[in-house]
Every structure is written in C-alpha cells, then in structure tokens.
Design a protein around this ligand. Structure first.
Ligand code: ADP
Length: 495
C-alpha cells in the first residue's frame, strides 16, 4: 500500500505518539532497531509531533544516562493468570525534545545485555508491554497513536484492545513495525497464558496460536495492530512469501490490507562526516577524496594494515549471524583478496564466523583485520576510511549500514533483497550508487566485488563520481517521517 505524502502538509493538530520498544540509542543498542528508536522520534519531534519513548530501565544502561533520569512515580500492576502483582517504577529524562520514560523493575531488567534467552525474555516483555500502557495511563498522557516495535512490544496492540480498552489509553490507535521477522517471541501456550493473564479466546490460530502447543507474541500483535509496517517496500512484499515469511507469510498475506513498507533513514546529524569527531579528518562532498584518503591511512594504521592509500579497502560492519550472508563471504574470502585489496571486519556474533574471520586475519596479516567486538567509534572510522562496504545479506528488512556508508562516500556492495534493493541503485554507465547481485550465491558476490574493484582501479574518475553521488543521496529520516505522520494522521482517532 502506498501513502500519499502530499497530504502531510495539511495535518493541523500535532499528533501525540508513544514509541514502545526494547532498545534505543544511546541508552541501549544491539542493532538497527536501536537506531530507529532514536532517530525517528527526533525527526517526528522536528515535524511538530509530541513523542514519548517507553523503554525498560535495564541495568546495562550506562550510569551517565541513569544519572540524568528523574523519578516520576510508581505503582503496583497485576500481570499473571494468578494475579501476581509487580512493581512499576517510572524514571524519566528528556533529550532534544523527546521524552524517555524508563520502566523500572529490577526483577525483570537487571539481567541481560539487554536480552537473555527466550525463557526469561518472554516474561520480561509481557511485563514491559503491559506496564508501558499502564504507565501512559498513570502519567495521564493519552497518545493518538502507539507505535510498537518488533516482537518485544507485540503484546501492546492486544492489551490495548482487551485489558486497556476501557481505560484512557484505549482510545489510541496502534501500529506495529516489523524490523526483523526472524525474531518472534515463541513459547508454549501455557507459558504465554500464564504470564499475560489474557483470556483463552486469544489463544486461537487467528491470534497467538502458532501450532498445537505453541504461542507466538508477534503473531498476536500483527493480528491486533491497526496497521503493520515494515522497514522497506520490498521486505513488505518478501515477507508474504514462503522464503522470507519465517512461518508467518500466510498470516501476513491475510492482513496485507493493513501492511505498509516505509524505508528507514539515518540520523544525519549523528552520522555526519563533516562534524564526526571520531574521524581523523572531517570532510563533506567538497573535499571527500582528500578526506577519505586521510581516514583510510588512519584506519590502516589503527588496525595494523599496510598503509597505502591506493589499496582497495572493503569494510564489513555487522552482527555475525546467518542473516548477514557471511557464509558467502567465507566461501570466497581468499578469492576476494588480491595484492591491491584489504578487508576490514567489525562484528560479533556466531562463534563460527568469529573464528573463521580470525583465521583469515591470521593468514593474511597486513591485508585483513577481523575486529571481533562491538565498537561504535571504530565503526565510524571504518565507514569513513573504507572505499566499499559489503552487505551480502540473505535477507535485510532495511539495513542501515549501506545508508551510513553512502553518507560517508563509501560505495555499497549489496545483495538485492529488502531495503538493500530499495536504497542502492546498481551501477551502470556513470549512474547508480553501488554494486549489486541478485541470487544468494558466493560466485555472484565475488563478481560484484570484482566489478567494484575494476572500476576503482581502472576508472577512478567514474568511481569518484559515484562517491559524490552517494554522499549527495538523501538518506535522512525526513521523507520517511512524513510518511509515518501521514499514516498516524490516517488512523488516529478523530477528535
Ligand atoms: P541489524 O539491525 O540487522 O543488526 P542494521 O544494518 O539495520 O542491521 O543496523 C546495524 C547497526 O548496528 C548499524 O548502526 C551498525 O553501524 C551497527 N553495528 C553493527 N555491528 C556493529 C559493531 N560490531 N560495532 C559497532 N556498530 C555495529
């Protein structure tokens, strides 16, 4: 479904939007969800919306942020089938016009980074979803739209139309955004029934029931949300197919009339090579070639690679999981390298990939660096100092690394799936933004890398034109935020 962005300027009343999700930069981030929970509320605030973000007050949130929080109140809330009640505290802080309410409960949020394992995470996010709605009532702040994110907030649309239907917050409309369908919050029906305390009729195939004995939190949320969005138009189509649907393709096809794809942006203030203090040299489009040269030399020095501005440096910044196409990278790793190429990997995850990349570093000293860590500042240096960034994902709902790369004048090499397909136009005849391949085959990744290197080494002027095109591409949130506001306006209760 498409959204009429023209209508947006006619919205007169600023909307009140509550964001509910499990992570948000700079407090806690493990991936793209954290970026979106940070950047979209800020973009909406700039457009005149009033936004509150509700998050768990995890123990792993750094102390400097905890010190900025103020106590806003507390109450007891019943949760489980047997009516067990739990403490709900509210700690609040404000950052650039966005209000953050952290839900406090040490029983649930003192463990994990922030996730633990499904057995513990299911009760944790049952509590969180219900507490978030109770907090909105407690604060007497009734949103027009509650924007929920991923399975961890999947229960919110269900609670909203059941337990909270006759309370003030019950007037709000709900949107559930799928950032990654692979994670769904699946457990036994008994476990979910116990923790949610929700009535039996919801444990039906149309809502939570997934198989004879299993319930699925995301599935219930998708059924009950007024609208479902996902983070690119292509992924919105893909998830209705067997291959990408993660078992929910039938459910999503059934609900397709309320399914929209709105591509993510990035926060262009946070990701700004002109002001980025983590870089060796700041640059913009006017001095990008000089800037990238200086940053490449600094990156090579920092990572113990041979310092040579003419090397073709390929970066990879990623969670090291099957989703990210790393088996393709492994299969052709040595073939991608030649005497003019260096590869830099930053990521953590599956030990299988951590070990194989460490191995490739050990046998290619000076040409390969595998930095097996989560490291925000090194990520900035890699975005700026690499010539190309590889994103060969098996599936990619939107993908942010290719957007950040382009913003830093780094050419993406991507598989044509999900948001990668929607944001990277393939290079052809001095047009396009990067190098792409379609089928999930290692040989095609290798071919794309070779095409990129051939242009870089053989036709540098054409390469440089692409660097400038990528830097000038609009990857900001503004256009996407407009589409969200249009959607909010469409579903919000009319006065
Ligand atoms: P996903 O959400 O599937 O992990 P995205 O491309 O949407 O992938 O978002 C990844 C985000 O996490 C980007 O901001 C990227 O820079 C960051 N990131 C991923 N791995 C690391 C790492 N090891 N160190 C620092 N930042 C990382």
């Amino acid at each position: 479904m498409s959204i009429d962005t023209e209508r947006i300027d006619t919205v007169e009343t600023p909307r009140r939007i509550a964001f509910i999700g499990s992570e948000c930069y700079p407090f806690v981030k493990t991936g793209g969800l954290g970026d979106v929970m940070y950047a979209l509320p800020r973009a909406l605030t700039r457009s005149g919306c009033s936004v509150r973000v509700l998050l768990p007050n995890y123990a792993c949130i750094p102390q400097k942020f905890k010190e900025q929080m103020a106590y806003r109140g507390s109450f007891m809330m019943d949760l489980c089938q047997d009516g067990t009640s739990f403490y709900v505290g509210i700690m609040e802080s404000e950052l650039d016009g966005v209000i953050y309410d952290f839900i406090d409960n040490r029983e649930f949020f003192d463990w994990g980074n922030p996730y633990t394992g499904l057995w513990e995470d299911i009760p944790k996010y049952c509590y969180f979803s219900k507490a978030a709605l109770a907090v909105l009532n407690y604060l007497d702040w009734t949103p027009d739209v509650i924007h929920c994110h991923d399975w961890q907030a999947g229960l919110v649309p269900v609670y909203l139309r059941t337990r909270f239907a006759d309370t003030p917050v019950g007037r709000a409309a709900s949107i559930l955004t799928i950032h990654n369908l692979r994670f769904q919050g699946i457990c036994s029906i008994d476990h979910l029934k116990y923790w949610t305390g929700l009535p039996d009729y919801l444990f039906d195939y149309a809502v939570f029931k997934q198989s004879e004995n299993e319930a699925n939190m995301f599935k219930g949320g998708l059924a009950y949300a007024d609208r479902v969005t996902t983070v690119s138009a292509t992924y919105a189509q893909e998830i209705q197919t067997d291959f990408y649907g993660e078992g929910l393709n039938g459910h999503l096809s059934y609900h397709r009339a309320k399914l929209y794809g709105i591509v993510n942006g990035i926060d262009v203030e946070l990701w700004n090579s002109k002001t980025d203090a983590l870089l060796e040299k700041q640059y913009d489009v006017s001095d990008v070639l000089e800037g990238k040269r200086a940053n490449k030399l600094a990156l090579q020095e920092r990572l113990g690679l041979e310092q040579d501005e003419n090397k073709f440096v390929i970066g990879l910044i990623s969670r090291l999981t099957d989703q990210k196409g790393l088996d393709l990278v492994n299969a052709v790793f040595q073939d991608m390298l030649d005497e003019d190429t260096q590869i830099v990997i930053l990521g953590t995850g599956d030990p299988r990939y951590e070990d194989s990349f460490r191995y490739y570093e050990s046998v290619n000293k000076g040409s390969v660096c595998a930095y097996i860590q989560y490291n925000e500042s090194l990520a900035h240096m890699i975005y700026a100092g690499s010539d190309a960034l590889m994103v060969p994902s098996l599936f990619e709902p939107c993908g942010l690394t290719q957007l950040i790369a382009m913003r830093y004048g780094t050419v993406p090499i991507v598989r044509e799936t999900g948001g990668l397909k929607d944001t990277v136009a393939p290079y052809y005849d001095d047009k396009g933004n990067g190098f792409t391949f379609d089928r999930y085959e290692a040989g095609l990744l290798l071919d794309a890398v070779k095409r990129a290197r051939t242009l870089y080494t053989g036709s540098r002027a054409l390469w440089d034109n692409m660097v400038v095109r990528d830097m000038e591409k609009d990857v900001s949130w503004e256009n996407s935020a407009k589409q969200y506001i249009e959607l909010y306006d469409f579903i919000a209760p009319k006065a």
